[in-house]
Design a protein around this ligand. Structure first.
Ligand code: NAG
Ligand code: NAG
Ligand code: NAG
Ligand code: NAG
Ligand code: NAG
Ligand code: NAG
Ligand code: NAG
Ligand code: NAG
Length: 355
């Protein structure tokens, strides 16, 4: 009996091993950006080692049942540059063009940072890359990174703050709102003069047009401090006005490198992130899951089921149907993950497969 069991176990695992090795799979990375196009979840770039960014583009085909043991990976033509700390926005006009906005760009697989286009356009139907020409482009945005852009249903991409730090000795941090209208390819810059520069937050657009900025760092010239989880900056895309919502409920530690998704019932689900030490390196990488109810502005920490992911920062998260899909990220000091994790957001159950 035992022998048979062991034999079956061996067959099962060796075939999993065989399949895993035959299939082309991405190696571990962090600081990539992701975007859901139909049933394909795309991943752009990411650093495969400290400050070395890849130009690779992968996607997970979620159209059939899938699991986290043998994720349905596919690779497509890479970006023109190595890419990290950027944002990917899917055009709501055609639902298949992806705009990569901001980001640190380098010669692929090198630490040679190049000043290049701030916006790349990717046609997911033809797998072709182009650099759009933009009216009134603000050249101060050319190297902008460490911020998260969102796109509204009219095709306006909102990108708040960020830094032009790219491993060089001097840099500037920003507190402006840069808006790219993809229907006219026109750029505009708005200001929020009363507050500090802002980087490393997580941005979420609500259906009512409010962009929610969670935690991250406010930055003076040489130092930064964490933004309280309960002091939530919001930008109203209808009136172009700023506000601060005061949240309460469970105590959640401030952080950078966290990810958020919005569920249909108006909950923002947050995973991971890290605190930093005084030299800017991760001090504690978090593994907590927190939920912000955007109707009541109350934070809660739900009970979860299943096997939790490890602590992760600079990973990515996307919502597909009722599933939050978390991918890659830094899982320990200078260790990067190649794994994906799936949360059933209906009951906060970590699952390994989606039927
Ligand atoms: C794009 O997707 C949105 C939301 O699902 C839908 O309302 C719209 O009709 C789609 N547009 C096209 C051109 O497919
Ligand atoms: C970057 O490195 C990866 C593997 O480490 C390789 O597959 C890829 O071709 C390299 N890209 C470039 C543009 O050199
Ligand atoms: C960027 O940082 C890396 C890691 O600290 C270093 O090896 C590299 O020389 C730096 N590159 C530039 C262009 O400054
Ligand atoms: C471009 O952005 C910079 C930095 O926020 C700002 O100082 C400048 O006024 C902007 N230019 C225009 C034309 O909006
Ligand atoms: C949270 O804030 C709301 C409104 O500001 C208040 O009514 C409520 O009592 C607060 N709850 C807690 C737990 O502090
Ligand atoms: C911060 O963490 C890094 C990486 O672990 C370490 O090399 C550095 O010494 C730490 N700095 C301080 C001030 O603790
Ligand atoms: C971190 O990721 C690497 C690569 O996927 C993996 O080998 C390692 O076990 C992971 N560490 C943790 C704590 O999950
Ligand atoms: C979570 O919900 C899914 C879908 O309703 C269900 O299949 C699963 O059994 C639930 N898991 C737990 C732990 O309740």
């Amino acid at each position: 009996m035992n022998l048979l069991y062991n034999f079956l176990f061996f067959i099962l695992f060796s075939s999993v091993y065989f399949l895993v090795n035959c299939q082309n799979v991405p190696k571990a990375r962090y600081k990539q950006t992701s975007a859901l196009v139909g049933t394909n979840l795309y991943f752009f770039g990411g650093e495969t080692s400290f400050y070395v960014a890849t130009n690779e583009v992968w996607y997970l085909d979620l159209s059939k049942s899938f699991n986290t043991i043998i994720p349905p990976w596919h690779e497509v033509i890479g970006m023109p540059v190595g890419y990290a700390y950027g944002s990917a926005c899917v055009s709501p006009i055609d639902n298949y063009t992806v705009f990569l906005v901001g980001g640190r760009t380098s010669l692929p697989n090198t630490t040679n940072y190049i000043l290049s286009s701030a916006v790349y356009e990717f046609n997911t139907k033809t797998s072709q890359w182009s650099t759009p020409s933009i009216n009134n482009f603000n050249s101060s945005f050319a190297r902008r990174n460490e911020m998260q852009a969102v796109v509204d249903s009219e095709g306006r991409i909102y990108s708040f703050g960020g830094t032009d730090y790219d491993n060089s000795t001097t840099s500037t941090n920003y507190n402006d709102m840069n808006i790219l209208d993809i229907t006219t390819m026109t750029w505009s810059t708005q200001f929020q003069s009363q507050s500090l520069a802002y980087i490393d937050y997580a941005a979420t657009l609500l259906p009512n047009g409010l962009i929610i900025y969670i935690s991250g760092r406010e930055v003076l010239a040489l130092s930064g401090f964490f933004v309280d989880m309960n002091m939530i900056r919001t930008f109203n895309t209808n009136s172009y006005t700023w506000d601060t919502k005061i949240a309460n409920g469970s105590t959640i530690l401030s952080r950078v490198g966290h990810s958020t998704v919005l569920t249909q019932d108006g909950n923002i689900i947050l995973y991971g992130g890290a605190s930093l030490n005084s030299s800017g390196a991760p001090a504690t990488i978090f593994s907590d899951l927190a939920v912000l109810n955007t109707n009541t502005w109350v934070w809660s920490i739900p009970s979860t089921f299943g096997t939790k992911p490890p602590p992760l920062m600079s990973h990515s998260a996307a919502l597909y149907k009722n599933y939050m899909i978390i991918a890659f990220g830094q899982n320990a000091t200078e260790v990067y993950s190649k794994d994906i994790y799936i949360l059933d957001t209906r009951n906060y159950s970590w699952v390994i497969s989606v039927i």
